[in-house]
Design a protein around this ligand. Structure first.
Ligand code: MRU
Length: 356
């Protein structure tokens, strides 16, 4: 997609052929800064500190983290050390473990001397597959938008989204945003309500993405969605997810559940976009998902540039604060899943689709 007027992915191999490039998402949307990741430690830190984020992109960075580790030391102990270090970075998005398992299984049977090359090749393949998968999710979701456009001719289709499940959270396209980009490119008028998504304000990343693609959008506080739905100003809610459990429960950024409740109360379709790497058949239900508890300081403060452009953090309160980063939307509130295997209704069909 487009950043700073240039077409780009969210992750790339640098011209040196081995270091890994990402955007520093702690600086976006105020500044576009690139980071070169040169070691497994740097990859682990980038994920843990949220320089890079979003379930599929975390998986991609972790895959390259394995390659960077194996480049230096590639015996079984080093392989296991890198796997454990990267796995410990963040607990909720299952794509992290999925990517690490994938790379480990590709290289484990190889002689140590061949492991780094194989890991790099697999990380690159994983990235290319992520782009194709998101395009397939986009085509599935596009059907929904085309149907809404037919039913509401002459006005934009209003979509509400939460957090950032866009191209910055994946390798390209995004999951929740792919159908929106495709609809816009086909000339279907769309308008996106962008939840700010406190405390990390990932909605600002979504707004940046949509602006880069000239898609009409409006940034709203997280609690605005209910009123917008009551007023008939939302036709569809589309969100991404960090983990979908065996029974179809959806773990996503904190606040997603409340949007699903409001959507159900107002008869608005609530759609979850997911790639197969986000489906977790091992975890029975949402209650068993490890929900990341982040630092209370994120809730107590706001961050942004001052008039001189220097990034500042200001404290809003010194009150005790809690910061659960994700919540669980029960499967019963989800109208349908849009996946790389098409549109799917119900947890049983979802399990069947991803088993196939
Ligand atoms: O804490 P983050 O910013 O990594 O959380 C990201 C989200 O919750 C996204 O909505 C989710 O990963 C879906 S990404 C396609």
């Amino acid at each position: 997609m487009i950043l700073d007027g240039k077409k780009t992915r969210s992750i790339w191999l640098n011209a040196d052929g081995w270091s890994v490039g990402i955007f520093d998402q702690r600086r976006l949307p105020w500044a576009v800064e690139r980071l070169a990741l040169t070691t497994v430690d740097e990859c682990a830190h980038a994920i843990a500190d949220m320089a890079t984020r979003g379930a599929p992109l975390i998986g991609a960075v972790a895959a390259y983290g394995m390659a960077l580790a194996l480049r230096v030391e590639a015996d079984d102990a080093a392989l296991e050390r890198a796997y454990r270090q990267l796995l410990a970075t963040r607990p909720t998005a299952v794509n992290l473990k999925w990517a690490l398992d994938r790379v480990r299984s590709v290289v484990a049977g190889l002689p140590a001397a061949e492991r780094a090359v194989a890991a790099y090749a697999d990380a690159a393949a994983l990235c290319d597959e992520d782009v194709a998968i998101n395009a397939a999710i986009g085509r599935a979701g596009l059907e929904i938008l085309q149907d809404l456009a037919t039913r509401h001719p002459g006005r934009p289709i209003n979509i509400l989204t939460h957090c950032n499940a866009g191209w910055l959270a994946t390798v390209d396209w995004g999951t929740a945003t792919a159908p929106i980009y495709m609809a816009h490119d086909l000339g279907i008028p769309v308008h996106v309500w962008v939840d700010e998504t406190r405390p990390r304000n990932q909605g600002a990343l979504t707004a940046l993405e949509l602006a880069g693609h000239a898609i009409p959008h409006t940034y709203v506080v997280d609690n605005a969605g209910g009123l917008l739905m009551q007023r008939g100003q939302v036709d569809l809610v589309i969100v991404g997810t960090d983990r979908v459990t065996r029974n179809g429960d959806v773990c996503n950024k904190i606040g997603t559940y409340l949007k699903a409740l409001a959507a159900r109360d107002n008869g608005i379709p609530f759609v979850v976009a997911l790639p197969s790497s986000t489906y977790d058949p091992v975890t029975a239900d949402g209650a068993a998902v490890p929900v990341e508890e982040r630092a209370p300081a994120e809730v107590r403060s706001l961050e942004g540039p001052d008039d001189s452009g220097t990034l500042r953090r200001i404290t809003v309160t010194t009150a005790p604060a809690a910061n659960p980063a994700f919540d669980i939307t029960p499967a019963r509130l989800i109208t349908e899943y849009i996946t790389d295997r098409g549109r799917i209704v119900g947890a049983t069909a979802l399990a069947d689709a991803f088993r196939a």
